[in-house]
Every structure is written in structure tokens, then in C-alpha cells.
Ligand binder design. Structure first.
Ligand code: ADP
Ligand code: ASP
Ligand code: MG
Length: 419
């Protein structure tokens, strides 16, 4: 007997028919004698719809009330799954974020889980009752509803798995594992049997949304065993070929010999901001980034051009698209203090990143990237690197082409079977 947490994403929960399929899968684990907690997402599209309602109600709305609205999608699916399980003869009940409770920070719309009270949960699970938990939601110390950021149900699942000391955390989604790149963009992407926590963390943080970045960081810290599996495949979980997220020491010889690059990700949600003719003197850059940092806006890629010979320089950087309006507002207010000439922005950009631990020991990864893009006439607007990642900013219209070209350039394309 094992204690397992199963998480089902939005496509897997989209409608009562799909929920029945999910319930049947949960029932199989219960029948096999396991203790089960299930974490569910809202039905696909519902969270977007709720976010839009908030925008329509008021473009600059109270984030506390935004959380009340957007957390509702998961409340519906958790109740529906409990009802469906009961109808199949499986004992089940829902445990909403405020009922457990799942305590979080008060950073509304991107709250962090601080503590989960598991007393009721563990008692229920050990009595054979399935606990159905809405993902994405929690509650502050002063009892306000919070949400964990888009894609946050993955993090709820990992946090629950850590809190109840689960043997496994199975993330069921609409693809059957983690691929070398988004299989919806590159049909010849290859499924990876194993990915290290570190690689997955980096891939997720640069746009591979198959797992929310925070969920991977948490799993790494708490040693939670995560598998990514398809909810659209009928086989038993033991026979499902998915992707296991593992520690470095668990990579086998066959994995060691894999490609230098583990995967390629893209992110269309960044926006580029340029300040022209910023005074080229000490403190100028600090005067740009301090107000953004104080407002908790994450600046990603930064380039400062050479001086114009006139004692001024252009500074370009990227911020999350959702933070662009706030960034422009703050920089507009600081115009005099910074002393720039004009403020321009571009949302039609995409960040393409290649990730792999092999980069630590091999040179030339970046130059392969630059040459492959150059050969297809794709212009690079900004570059950043880390120990196991190289990212470039390009025109958004060239995203799919760039991902395909790089996938081939790094030898990641799957063999096509001879007809
Ligand atoms: P869920 O609703 O189950 O949480 P998501 O839509 O959040 O599912 O994540 C699954 C999607 O992630 C896939 O449909 C796929 O398009 C996308 N994806 C992006 N990069 C990758 C990758 N490297 N491997 C697999 N899927 C990826
Ligand atoms: N429903 C939320 C979202 O769409 C959380 C999740 O699905 O993980 O972002
Ligand atoms: Mg998701």
C-alpha cells in the first residue's frame, strides 16, 4: 500500500465526461489499496474566463477580490469529482483551501504556501476516504482567499504530497510526459524518460508550462517524487510511460549519453522596454531598476548599449507582459530622476531558451544557437545565460520557426520511422 497524490489539470477536468474518466482512474488506485489525495484544476478555459470577468469589472482591481473570483473554478471541479467518485461507490469528500487549511503568504495572485494542516486530511485518507483538494487556492493568516499564480495546481499537489509524506505525486495532464520541447510546436519532439529537478526547474522557468516552476522547486527541496503522465491513456499508472523527475544521481548511463541539450522552451509573455539616452554615469542604472524592484517586478534580460559619445546610452530590458503597464507607469513617474529621453516598449517578442546540464562541461552551445538562428535570418534582440541555459529574445512571429530550427540544430529531432 502506498500513499499517493494524483493531480489532474484543466483539460483532464474539462466536463463531466472527462471527470468520470478521472474518477475511474482514482478508483483504480483506491481498489489497489492505496491512500489517495487528488488535487484538481478548474476546467480548461474557466480560469481565463474568471480572470476576464475581473478585468471587465475594473482594469485595475483589488487583488484580494481577484483571488476570490479566480479560486472559484477549482471549487467547482473538486465538488464534481467528489460527487462522481461517490456515484461510483468510492468514499470521497472535498477539502477546500480554507477548510484544511492551506496557509499562504498574502501576496495575492501569486501567494506562496507556508503551511498545510494535515490532521483532518491524514485521518480521512487513512480511513479509506479519498480527499479531493482544489488546486491553486489557499488562505492568508487573516483568512482571506489567495491563489498561487497561473498553473499553481501543480504546486498545490507537490505541497500536499510533501505535507502528507506521500510516496508519489503523479501529475496527470494532456501530454504523456516532458518532451525535448513543446510537442504541440515540434511534432518530432522526443519524450524524456527522466529529467533532473534542476533541468526541469530551468525549463519551467523559461516557459515549459507542463509544470509550474514553483512546484519543481518545492519538489526538489522537499524530495517529492514527481511523475508526469497522460490522463488520456487508459493503462494502469504502473504501466504508463511518463517522465520521472529525478535527482542528478539517478540518471543512468543511458541518460548520461543523451544530448548536450535537454530541452528548448519558449515564452511569449515577456515585454521589451527601452529607455533612450539615459545619462552614462554611476547610479543611472540603479535609478531605473530600483523602482521596479520595489514594486516586485521581475526584470529578466538587460542590455546597455555603448555610449553615444554624447554621455548617454540606451538601456533595454524585459519584464513579464502582465507587469508592463505597471512598469511603464513607474518609469514614466521616474522620468526626471532617471533623466532618459524616451520610453518605448514592444510586446511582440518571444524568449527562446535552450537548457541542459551538459553545458557545464561543453563549450559552443551558445554559438550553435546563434549560427542556427542567423542561417534562418532570425534576428537576436537580447541574450542572457546561466550555467545550464542560454536565452535569446526574438520577434514573436518567428517563435515556432526558431524552436524548430534549434531542435534540429542540437540533434534533438526524433527519428522518423521508415514507412
Ligand atoms: P494542465 O492543464 O494539465 O496543467 P498545462 O497546459 O498547464 O496542462 O501543461 C501541459 C502543456 O504543456 C502541454 O499541452 C504542452 O503543450 C505544454 N508544454 C510546453 N512545453 C512542454 C514540454 N517540454 N513537454 C511537454 N509539454 C510541454
Ligand atoms: N486553474 C489555474 C490556472 O488555469 C491553476 C491550474 O490549472 O494549475 O492557472
Ligand atoms: Mg498546468
Amino acid at each position: 500500500m502506498a500513499r499517493i497524490v494524483m493531480k489532474f489539470g484543466g483539460t483532464s477536468m474539462a466536463g463531466t465526461e472527462r471527470i468520470r474518466v478521472v474518477a475511474a482512474r482514482v478508483k483504480r488506485e483506491v481498489d489497489a489499496g492505496h491512500e489517495v489525495a487528488v488535487v484538481v484544476s478548474a476546467m480548461a478555459g474557466d480560469t481565463d474566463r474568471l480572470v476576464n470577468f475581473c478585468r471587465e469589472a475594473a482594469p485595475l482591481h483589488d487583488p484580494k477580490e481577484y483571488d476570490v473570483v479566480v479560486a472559484a473554478g477549482e471549487q467547482i471541479t473538486s465538488g464534481l469529482l467528489a460527487i462522481t467518485l461517490q456515484a461510483m461507490g468510492v468514499r470521497a469528500r472535498s477539502w477546500l483551501g480554507w477548510q484544511l487549511p492551506i496557509r499562504t503568504s498574502d501576496a495575492h495572485s501569486s501567494a506562496r504556501i507556508e503551511d498545510i494542516d494535515t490532521s483532518g486530511l491524514i485521518a480521512a485518507m487513512s480511513s479509506g476516504e479519498v480527499a479531493v483538494i482544489p488546486g491553486f487556492q489557499g488562505m492568508t493568516a487573516d483568512d482571506r482567499v489567495t491563489t498561487l499564480g497561473r498553473g499553481g495546481s501543480d504546486t498545490s499537489a507537490v505541497a500536499v504530497a510533501a505535507a502528507v509524506k506521500a510516496d508519489r505525486c503523479d501529475i496527470y495532464t494532456d501530454v504523456d510526459g516532458v518532451y525535448t520541447t513543446d510537442p504541440r510546436i515540434v511534432p518530432r519532439a522526443r519524450k524524456l524518460a527522466k529529467v533532473t529537478y534542476e533541468e526541469m526547474l530551468e525549463l519551467a522557468s523559461v516557459g515549459a508550462k507542463v509544470l509550474q516552476t514553483r512546484s519543481v522547486g518545492l519538489a526538489m527541496k522537499e524530495n517529492v517524487r514527481i511523475q508526469v503522465l497522460s490522463s488520456f491513456d487508459d493503462r494502469d499508472s504502473a504501466d504508463l510511460p511518463g517522465t520521472m523527475i529525478v535527482g542528478d544521481d539517478e540518471l543512468g548511463v543511458e541518460d548520461m549519453e543523451r544530448q548536450l541539450i535537454t530541452g528548448i522552451a519558449h515564452d511569449k509573455n515577456e515585454a521589451k522596454v527601452t529607455l533612450t539616452r539615459v545619462p552614462d554615469k554611476p547610479g543611472a542604472v540603479a535609478s531605473i531598476f530600483s523602482p521596479l524592484a520595489e514594486a516586485s517586478i521581475n526584470v529578466d534580460m538587460i542590455i546597455q548599449n555603448i555610449s553615444h559619445g554624447t554621455g548617454s546610452t540606451d538601456v533595454t530590458f524585459t519584464v513579464p507582459g502582465a507587469e508592463l503597464a505597471r512598469s511603464l507607469d513607474l518609469l514614466g513617474k521616474a522620468k526626471e530622476a532617471i533623466g532618459y529621453e524616451s520610453l518605448v516598449h514592444d510586446t511582440k517578442v518571444a524568449k527562446i531558451s535552450v537548457v541542459g546540464v551538459g553545458m557545464r562541461s561543453h563549450a559552443g552551445v551558445a554559438s550553435t544557437m546563434f549560427s542556427a538562428l542567423a542561417q534562418r535570418g532570425i534576428n537576436i534582440q537580447a541574450i542572457t545565460t546561466s550555467e545550464i541555459k542560454v536565452s535569446v529574445l526574438i520577434d514573436e512571429d518567428e517563435t515556432e520557426l526558431a524552436v524548430r530550427v534549434l531542435h534540429t540544430a542540437y540533434g534533438l529531432d526524433a527519428e522518423v520511422e521508415a514507412a
